[in-house]
Design a protein around this ligand. Structure first.
Ligand SMILES: [Zn+2]
Ligand SMILES: [Zn+2]
Length: 228
């Protein structure tokens, strides 16, 4: 409770433990124990237990519509709580911090940056009830930091889907298929679809399929966290 109060009053409090930290970030102690995701499938960012990254069995058997995924963290504590704060309690300090971490990882790669960021859209009814799209909040910070264009209007969610955490992969795939429409701004471009969490990847796969149909050339997925 005191930690929560301190975090609210003191802008320089660590976003996780409320100890001393640079404003809007986490302290050195918390940072050292974050669940980073360094060894993962290059296509879907599934965390791997091996020494080196390789394409996972699922992507090898059934390649998704996107080309690659960058996930800063595994979806585990304390990242899970940080994302819950963003998603359900409008804690935009969390999205700024998570976005900054993702932007740093993206900037450190050798591959060229995308030309356009597209946050995974919420259905209009979900957007109305939540009041904001957490994926857009995350993408805003990344776009600013990396000077990449952000387009939150070119993709729309046609159908309301249930919150997917807890559903099995088959149910998710069935539910999301054909749930998105993507406009012509993506034609001929290298884009990154941005979301807070990737669970099985069926949502972004469906959005990527729509982006591909609209002419996107290269499609990356950038997420703060990947469910192991
Ligand atoms: Zn801390
Ligand atoms: Zn994979």
């Amino acid at each position: 409770m005191i930690g929560l109060l301190r975090r609210w009053i003191v802008p320089s409090a660590c976003l996780i433990c409320a100890g001393d930290a640079e404003p809007g970030t986490v302290c050195a102690g918390c940072r050292a124990s974050l669940p980073w995701n360094p060894i993962a499938c290059p296509v879907c960012a599934l965390p791997l237990r091996s020494e080196i990254a390789h394409v996972c069995a699922r992507c090898a058997a059934e390649p998704p519509a996107f080309d690659s995924t960058l996930a800063a963290f595994r979806y585990e504590a304390p990242i899970r709580q940080a994302i819950a704060g963003l998603k359900y309690r409008a804690q935009f300090r969390q999205s700024r911090w998570l976005g900054a971490e993702l932007a740093q990882l993206a900037a450190r790669r050798l591959s060229p940056l995308p030309e356009l960021l597209i946050p995974v859209p919420l259905h209009a009814s979900r957007l109305r009830s939540r009041g904001y799209n957490q994926a857009l909040e995350l993408a805003r910070g990344i776009a600013r930091q990396l000077a990449i264009d952000l387009d939150w209007r070119c993709a729309t969610r046609l159908r309301a889907t249930a919150d997917q955490i807890g559903q099995d992969a088959k149910a998710r795939r069935k539910e999301v298929r054909g749930a998105f429409a993507v406009g012509p701004t993506v034609a001929g471009r290298h884009v990154a679809l941005v979301d807070d969490v990737m669970t099985t990847g069926s949502t972004v796969d469906d959005l990527a399929r729509a982006a591909r149909a609209a002419g996107a050339l290269r499609i990356e997925v950038w997420v703060a966290a990947r469910v192991p």
